[in-house]
Ligand binder design. Structure first.
Ligand SMILES: C[S@@+](CC[C@H](N)C(=O)[O-])C[C@H]1O[C@@H](n2cnc3c(N)ncnc32)[C@H](O)[C@@H]1O
Length: 378
């Protein structure tokens, strides 16, 4: 693979944009590993995102950017966007975000945390555009990389982007990644690029003992060291990470907010909705309470949270809480906030996850400590 691909009209213009993106990620403290720096400097992201979308402000739909836009300014804007340190939405259905190319600095942090060595094999869950698979292939060789995605339209596009950039040897598979891909197992590393509600047990069986599973969970990234087919443990990386959710059989069921009935109970609280402004607090709350959705309510004067079991809570800044469904979700916010304060606003890397047989739990500081939360099995 060369920097300037024959037949790619954007190849030359992309070289300085790519170099600038690498400089930005390095200045921000990323890409310390020269192998990953070279991968980012040489793999042309623009080939993987011939079309992408950006949300318009205030829920006004999406703007489309494409390599074949009729006017040259629009094409230049597409190319510059392809080398911004930003996630790029590539597939939307009915307003739902299905696939994207992740933020390059976040991809770099994940690839470094994966601790790959020459000769390793990697399974990626969430092929998306194929860009991450290409970076892995640049480092380890295409034959070492298998990447799975749910839909043919996505995998076909990923295959064609990989072929166009010289990485046709990557195996791109259409299937439900929550089952892993047994045919290529065992893998030394498994990396997911979609948010999990639960770590699929098949992944541990398909990962070599001593290997690593790295996956988005609860708005963070968990790095699990696999010690056997049914055991793994590890800590979260310090940085936040938000990904599209895993879909298919292993996905969490979330009721649409409309499915939640009228509020049944009213009470007061001294833990106001502003506590949800803290991204670190929301992370702790997700670990403690399981998967929740948070959104602003009362015209921005409060917050609403919903859980997959149909529970809902809405609190306004005056301290009034409206509750519906089987659980008092605001009691979980109160409990989580008391712990957050008591522990001095703990950073993500104080939290971890343990998998032991059928049980998976997250914890603060210690797997057997008082602050450990069993994950509901999906
Ligand atoms: C953030 S995108 C992947 C980005 C990709 N790694 C790249 O470099 O462009 C997440 C992907 O996960 C995929 N996905 C979601 N659920 C999945 C599942 N159960 N199995 C496989 N892929 C899944 C989505 O279709 C989407 O393409």
């Amino acid at each position: 693979m060369t920097d300037v691909e024959p037949g790619d009209p954007y190849a030359e213009a992309a070289v300085p944009l790519r170099a600038r993106l690498v400089r930005r990620v390095v200045t921000a403290g990323g890409l310390g590993d020269p192998g990953w720096r070279a991968a980012f400097a040489e793999v042309p992201r623009h080939v993987f995102v011939p079309v992408y979308y950006r949300p318009r402000p205030a829920g006004g739909g999406f703007s489309r950017f494409s390599a074949d836009a009729p006017d040259s300014r629009a094409r230049a804007s597409w190319l510059a966007g392809a080398y911004a340190d930003a996630p790029l939405i590539t597939h939307i259905r009915g307003g739902e975000l299905l696939s994207s190319s992740s933020q390059p600095s976040l991809m770099a942090a994940m690839l470094e945390a994966l601790q790959v060595l020459e000769g390793h094999t990697v399974l990626e869950i969430g092929a998306g555009t194929g860009f991450n698979a290409a970076l892995l292939a640049h480092r380890l060789g295409g034959e070492a990389v298998t990447s799975v995605d749910l839909e043919t339209a996505i995998t076909q596009a990923a295959r064609s982007h990989l072929a166009a950039t010289g990485f046709a040897a990557v195996a791109v598979v259409t299937g439900d990644g929550s089952l892993g891909w047994a045919r290529g197992a065992p893998y030394d590393r498994i990396i997911a690029t979609c948010e999990l509600p639960f770590v699929p047990p098949e992944w541990l069986r398909q990962c070599r003992p001593g290997g690593l599973v790295l996956a988005p969970f609860g708005g963070g990234l968990i790095a699990l060291r696999v010690t056997g087919a049914h055991h793994a443990q590890g800590r979260f990386l310090p940085a936040p990470a938000y990904f599209v959710s895993l879909r298919g059989a292993g996905a969490a069921a979330h009721p649409a907010p409309e499915a939640i009935g009228p509020e049944e109970r009213v009470r007061s609280t001294t833990t106001p909705p502003q506590v949800l402004d803290s991204e670190l607090f929301r992370f702790l709350l997700t670990l403690l309470a399981g998967e929740l959705q948070t959104r602003w309510a009362f015209g921005g004067r409060g917050a609403a949270i919903t859980a997959p079991d149909g529970s809902a809570a809405r609190a306004d800044r005056s301290g009034t809480v409206l509750l519906a469904g089987p659980r008092d979700l605001w009691a979980l916010v109160e409990e989580a906030h008391a712990l957050f304060d008591c522990e001095g606003h703990p950073s993500r890397d104080r939290f971890g996850m343990t998998i032991h047989g059928d049980h998976q739990w997250t914890w603060l500081d210690h797997p057997d400590g008082p602050n450990a939360w069993e994950l509901p099995r999906v």
